[in-house]
Design a protein around this ligand. Structure first.
Ligand SMILES: [Zn+2]
Length: 393
């Protein structure tokens, strides 16, 4: 277990919580038995009092295996619209006409593909050792199945993107340097990073957002420590996606003598402790809510089996007694089983079998509430909607 902070190396850290979780909550399994016997990990949530960073002190990267059963795609209209909004923001803000854009840790390349489709003058290069698709899907888009290296940087980059990567990387400050290293001969390269906001998790007490894949829980303040290098400047942090994410914008190799802004939000360690103390009550309370509905013969549906739905059903319905259906619109997950508790993930088509039935829909991410209500409205179902704390929506 780490006894110093992965970012600032301080030993002034507090261990706040220990939980067991599936090592990969976005991996699905062909059989119930495979799901039950999946690899699990320990989350020892620790907080650094010096740089305000929170992290899993017991994180062991070796137990993670990103293979074909790993799928974090969200084929939702709302999420697609969010992607489009980021693309427009980046294009306008960074004047990307004819620009060269690198996406580090691009995963399946969905975001970069959209950016290059919307703006054909952009030349996009996606870098990810786990990338498996077409290496040249568009005339202006190339994928490289590798780690980021200097020899891949032929043209001066106009923007470096890294979305939803830093929360998975054990040493995020070193990773920033890994991104900067291949481009260190170029001046004034903007960088755009997106990560979940731990401030939002703490404030909203969403225990289902604590997962093993995410070894890092950034506050705005802690990102200052990541950017505390002679070659990087942190310019701006913006909350996005209903406050759940942070857009982190900075410059590598600045030719000006810029100073990072220092008015970023700090998370009070006491607030994290309050959140942790609330977890048991939250879990007991939502269990009671589900039980009440169950007693009234409602069918219980959990909607959204990405991180949130998987962690939620694992913690509040270990024995699969209360949740009747776990729905996800990602076809790759349907008819497969979620890790540990082995809840079967089904398509929204299941609603056809529930006509004239009373259902309770637990909406795992309220950003999708309108999309979910529209889908349910296509059927003759009497449905109540709640968030994962039991609040009616
Ligand atoms: Zn620290």
């Amino acid at each position: 277990m780490k006894t110093n902070c992965p970012i600032c190396k301080s030993t002034d850290i507090e261990n706040l919580l220990q939980i067991h979780a599936p090592s990969m909550q976005n991996k699905v399994y062909e059989s119930e038995s495979d799901a039950i016997h999946c690899i699990t990990g320990v989350i020892d949530l620790a907080h650094c009092n010096k740089c305000n960073f929170s992290f899993n002190a017991s994180f062991n990267e070796a137990i993670l295996q990103y293979d074909q059963n790993y799928d974090n795609a969200v084929p939702s209209t709302i999420f697609h619209e969010y992607y489009i909004a980021i693309c427009h923001y980046l294009f306008t803000n960074y004047n990307l006409e004819g620009a060269v854009v690198y996406d580090i840790g691009c995963g399946k390349g969905t975001f970069l593909n959209l950016l290059c489709s919307l703006f054909p003058s952009i030349k996009g290069v996606g870098i990810d050792p786990s990338y498996e698709g077409d290496l040249k899907p568009l005339h202006n888009l190339t994928f490289i199945q590798d780690f980021f290296r200097a020899e891949q940087v032929i043209d001066a980059p106009n923007l470096i993107i890294s979305r939803h990567v830093f929360e998975h990387i054990e040493f995020p400050k070193e990773f920033l340097q890994i991104i900067q290293e291949p481009i260190k001969k170029f001046r004034d390269v903007p960088v755009f990073i997106e990560v979940p906001d731990f401030g939002w998790i703490v404030k909203n007490k969403t225990f289902w957002d604590l997962c093993y894949e995410h070894c890092n829980y950034f506050s705005e303040k802690s990102l200052e420590a990541v950017f505390d290098n002679e070659w990087s400047v942190l310019n701006k942090i913006t909350k996005s996606f209903g406050g759940q994410y942070l857009w982190v914008e900075g410059i590598f190799n600045s030719s000006k003598n810029e100073i990072s802004r220092a008015n970023n939000e700090t998370i009070d360690c006491n607030a994290i402790k309050e959140f942790i103390e609330s977890i048991k009550n939250s879990q007991d309370s939502i269990k009671r809510v589900l039980q009440n509905y169950k007693n009234q013969k409602y069918k219980i549906i959990v909607w959204g089996m990405a991180t949130k739905g998987v962690i939620f059903s694992n913690t509040i319905d270990k024995n699969r007694k209360n949740i009747d259906y776990c729905i996800d619109i990602n076809k790759e997950k349907q008819n497969k089983f979620s890790p540990i508790s082995a809840h079967k993930i089904v398509s929204p088509d299941i609603l056809e079998t529930l006509e004239k039935t009373e259902c309770l829909v637990v909406v795992m991410n309220i950003n999708y509430i309108n999309e979910i209500k529209l889908e349910v409205a296509k059927h003759h179902i009497h449905a109540n909607f709640i968030d994962a704390h039991g609040n009616e929506l």
